[in-house]
Design a protein around this ligand. Structure first.
Ligand code: NAD
Ligand code: ZN
Length: 355
């Protein structure tokens, strides 16, 4: 991934943690400290494998599982730990976990002593998206990801070994972002998903190919527009309505990707009206999502007024105008200003489909 000020590699494969350690041994030995930031879940399940393959001395700092680590308190705790351990500009952080760990660790790395190196070691399917691109953040009680920085990692090491232990809802969460990458980039690839009889039918090799493709889509867009001035907005496909669902239901009560899957349906409906997307495509993807066991009943637990108020607070909304990433057709995203009335019509149609 090449951005204006940085260049880094993304390595993918099965059982590649040891190679990662060997490849970076010079940089790691030069560092005065290596600090691994992870959560209890990931650490309990994978510490043995980690220790077997990561042979350099390191210290570990555990934070709360999942989204609950993206708070000011955890951020402050990590900074305190780094200071107590006498870390310096010359120390290195390893973000070992899902997207939440990556976002927190990246933001700590961006701000500790005005910036130190960090490496992403993602352990979820969703993190094929979040570990690449350099968006780092923590949450504020008034809004998710409201405090953060663009800060690129030194390398991304995606060892598929970790994915085997993911619970089903996390597989579904990650798969939604994979499907998003397919919808915004390549019609033939979307076809692969239509052929799936169920989420359990996904073959490991097939998933690995999709993850590589997803990373390429993400990396390409980030290279064109690191700071989200233009093309990077396409990656928000499904996220305007999706974030509103996530916020209304409550973070942690629905996974990010499951909310995005829901959010992609109104975005596809709008693409049929405002873009040239083939009529009936939104319904086709809705049927696919039902087949893959995405739970749309969450929508019925939120009023449209509630969703609308969250959409108006979204970072993508300016002067009350909703900026929606839509599809001209599959593989051709664009951004369009959409009225709340139009979103309401799609919301009503979606509720009809669910009931
Ligand atoms: P997560 O990091 O919240 O992890 C979900 C749960 O899975 C946690 O309980 C974790 O302990 C557990 N887990 C992680 N790896 C596991 C494994 N291998 N086996 C078993 N359990 C495991 O979830 P996520 O979906 O990876 O990330 C979501 C976060 O990513 C959100 O905070 C979202 O805002 C962020 N995100 C960031 C970007 C970005 O560009 N920076 C993009 C998308 C999402
Ligand atoms: Zn997302």
């Amino acid at each position: 991934v090449r951005t204006k000020d940085s260049f880094y590699e993304v390595h993918l494969g099965e059982k590649i943690l040891r190679e990662f350690c060997e490849r970076n041994v010079m940089s790691f030995q030069k560092a005065d400290q290596i600090i691994v930031i992870t959560d209890e879940n990931v650490w309990n399940i994978h510490k043995e494998y980690f220790n077997k393959n990561f042979s350099l001395p390191y210290k570990i700092h555990l934070v709360p599982n999942g989204e609950s680590c993206k708070t000011f308190e955890s951020y402050f705790d990590v900074q305190t730990f780094l200071l107590q351990e006498n870390c310096s500009r010359n120390s290195i952080l390893l973000a070992f976990g899902g997207g939440a760990i990556g976002d927190l660790t990246g933001f700590v790395a961006a701000t500790f002593m005005r910036g130190i190196s960090f490496y992403q070691i993602p352990t979820t399917i969703l993190a094929h998206d979040s570990a690449v691109g350099g968006k780092t953040a923590i949450n504020h009680p008034n809004g998710k990801n409201m405090i953060g920085a663009f800060y690129q990692p030194s390398e991304v090491l995606y060892d598929f070994h970790f994915l085997q232990t993911l619970p089903k809802n996390e597989v579904r969460s990650g798969l939604a972002e994979v499907i998003k990458h397919a919808l915004i980039s390549n019609e033939a690839w979307v076809h692969d998903f239509f052929l799936l009889p169920s989420i359990d039918a996904i073959q490991k090799d097939e998933l690995l190919v999709w993850l590589e493709k997803g990373i390429r889509v993400k990396a390409h867009i980030v290279e064109l527009d690191e700071k989200e001035q233009s093309f990077r907005k396409f990656l928000n496909f499904g996220h305007t309505y999706g974030h509103a669902i996530e916020a209304s239901i409550g973070y942690g009560k629905i996974t990010h990707g499951e909310a995005v899957m829901i959010g992609m349906i109104p975005a596809l409906m709008l693409s049929e009206i405002r873009g040239k997307l083939e009529k009936g495509y939104a319904r086709k993807v809705f049927n696919l999502a039902i087949k893959l066991d995405y739970n749309f009943h969450h929508v019925l637990n939120c009023s449209f007024e509630q969703l609308a108020s969250f959409m108006l607070k979204d970072k993508k909304t300016t002067n009350g105008e909703l900026h929606f990433a839509l599809l001209e057709k599959i593989g051709e995203p664009f951004v369009k200003i959409i009225s709340m009335e139009d979103v309401k019509k799609c919301d009503e149609l979606l509720r009809d489909w669910i009931m």
